[in-house]
Ligand binder design. Sequence first.
Ligand code: FES
Ligand code: FES
Length: 162
Amino acid sequence: MSEQQATGEKTVTLKVNGQTLSVTAMADTPLLLILRNDLQLNGPKYGCGLGECGACTVIIDGVAARACVFPLAGAEGRAITTLEGIGSRECLHPVQQAFIDEQAAQCGYCMNGMIMTAKALLDRNPHPTEAQIRNELSANLCRCGTHIEILRAVMRAARHPL
Ligand code: FES
Ligand code: FES
């Protein structure tokens, strides 16, 4: 029996923000822990750890996903995008710029989830209605209550070509 089999660990190939890399960990390790602890990608935040707040959202194969309840083994070979992969300090993604323009952040803890969820929506539907935006973000929690500014930011981003 190999050392990996003995420990229950598995080596998994991940494609994160366009880079292919391997990590070795227990197969059921939450993807969020791998991203934050192993890969130092701290855009996705640890909120509830239960798949209920959205702070940890990443995009997997074009779909917003909650990394805190997404097992490492399930991410093998799939295209994972984190906040770090959509824009840079020098060149913000239009959704990020819209959140700044609308001053949507208060404490900022929910911003990763809001921005990544909005980006996934706009990628598949560049001109959503207000109702569609509200529906898409309805399961992302913001305890600071900046929902109106967040809604305005996504609507602003939707008016711009992405
Ligand atoms: S930390 Fe993942 S949904 Fe709350
Ligand atoms: S800005 Fe603080 S949780 Fe949303």
